[in-house]
Design a protein around this ligand. Structure first.
Ligand code: FES
Length: 108
């Protein structure tokens, strides 16, 4: 695993622009990333479900998981791992996130 201090951080959004507990897709360089603001934390994931590529921006956030709107698989926002019983959907790619001076930075 790459140490966080060696990662290349890219500015993704203003923290205040992110709605709470509602997935939002932003562009980070040439890549689209899904951001979820939850409590004092922000999570970053790939924007498409690993199962059949549904747009997770249309999903819901509940109990620390992001639920796909198409077949209801849920992925832990911290790790991208599918919730128990949803292993058939695969693992969601997650990215490291930091918040500094009100800006959200993502390491891709
Ligand atoms: S497309 Fe997301 S669970 Fe099937």
């Amino acid at each position: 695993m790459v140490e966080p201090k060696l990662m290349t951080w890219t500015d993704a959004a203003a923290l205040d622009d992110l709605p709470k507990a509602r997935p939002t897709v932003v562009r980070v360089g040439t890549t689209h990333v899904l951001l979820v603001r939850r409590g004092g934390a922000v999570h970053a994931t790939e924007p498409l479900c690993p199962h059949k590529f549904a747009a997770l921006e249309e999903g819901t956030v509940e109990d620390g998981c992001l639920r796909c709107p198409v077949h209801d698989a849920a992925f832990h926002l911290d790790t991208g791992e599918p919730r128990d019983g949803d292993a058939w959907a695969g693992r969601l790619q997650t990215y490291p996130v930091r918040v500094e001076a009100g800006r959200v930075h993502v390491a891709l």
